[in-house]
Design a protein around this ligand. Structure first.
Ligand code: HEC
Length: 280
């Protein structure tokens, strides 16, 4: 290649990169961050949360949200972590770090929703059954047919008979019948991988319709994971409303239920929300 052609070629590559950046990558420095607490949930599935063992059960029945009771004073976590770490609620052993913040940012344009998570994944977990992935970051969006979907976030799909719960069948995964959830996940193993999945009558780690892509990186002890998904396709995220979502992080090679999970929160798309999405 002669000199001129080479520079043309380089310029072309730059232009392609430039346009990709313009459309696919929000300027995250201009997008506000919201810290969302994630907690190790122990064996407190949705059945427990609805039961007489939980004093929030009647409030839940009246339509209150988990976050409405357990996040107070602006953004303080109010839950008994000692109880959650006890043998009664975590028979296998609790992680050293029961809770940590995940910083969530969101942006959208005419086609896509972009979600960026920044967090320090703690060591000291009790379960290391996912040998392939040190970290997995998951975001789920329930549709309006998931029982408690908008109140409980991921909890709505967490049942007592799901795998890794005490005495449960190892083949049975989480489910959201009669509704459905979109599940997008980034796995750190093998250089990073995106999952475009759903939760219906079972968890499907492929076949989602949201066109999910994900990128993740680690800098020092901080992970940054950026998801892109379509607004339409899968659970419809039309702008003008607050969309319920939940976050879960598997740290320290954890598998199954040994993740840290948020309560249900909302992303406001052209509307108010716990996380306000910035319009591009
Ligand atoms: C109306 C308020 C209210 C709502 C709504 C509520 N909770 Fe609670 N929750 C409580 C209170 C009060 C306790 C403390 C003690 C108890 O259960 O006896 C509690 C306890 C817990 C505990 C055990 C740890 C502890 O602090 O004792 C977990 C886990 C929990 N809640 C999860 C949830 C989840 C998940 C949701 C939503 C699906 C939820 N809660 C909704 C009020 C609420």
């Amino acid at each position: 290649m002669n000199q001129k052609l080479t520079s043309l070629f380089v310029m072309g590559a730059f232009m392609a990169l430039g346009s990709q950046v313009a459309f696919a990558n929000p300027d995250w420095s201009k997008v506000p961050k919201k810290d969302i607490h994630v907690i190790h949930p122990g064996v407190a599935p949705v059945e427990w949360v609805k039961s007489g063992d939980h004093s929030g059960a009647s409030g839940l029945k009246k339509g209150e949200t988990c976050a409405g009771c357990h996040i107070t004073d602006g953004n303080k976590l109010d839950i008994d972590l000692k109880r959650l770490a006890s043998k009664e609620m975590e028979p296998k052993g609790a992680p050293k770090t029961m809770t940590y913040p995940v910083s969530v940012q969101a942006a959208y344009d005419a086609t896509n929703l972009y979600v960026r998570l920044t967090f320090k994944a703690p060591a000291g977990g009790a379960d290391h059954s996912d040998k392939d992935n040190e970290v997995k970051a998951t975001v789920m969006f329930p549709n309006d047919k998931v029982p408690l979907g908008d109140q409980a976030g991921c909890w709505a799909a967490c049942h007592k008979d799901a795998r890794t719960m005490p005495g449960a069948d190892d083949k049975k995964t989480k489910y959201a019948t009669p509704g459905a959830m979109d599940l997008m996940q980034w796995k750190s193993g093998g250089g990073g991988k995106a999952v475009d999945g759903t939760v219906t009558d079972k968890r499907n780690m492929e076949g989602g319709k949201a066109g999910v892509t994900a990128e993740g990186s680690k800098s020092g002890d901080t992970y940054t994971v950026t998801f892109t998904r379509k607004l339409a396709g899968g659970v419809n995220l039309a702008p003008g409303k607050a969309v319920p979502f939940g976050v879960a992080i598997h740290a320290d090679n954890a598998g199954g239920r040994f993740h840290h999970v948020s309560f249900g929160h909302t992303i406001g798309l052209g509307a108010d929300g716990d996380v306000k999405a910035t319009k591009q």
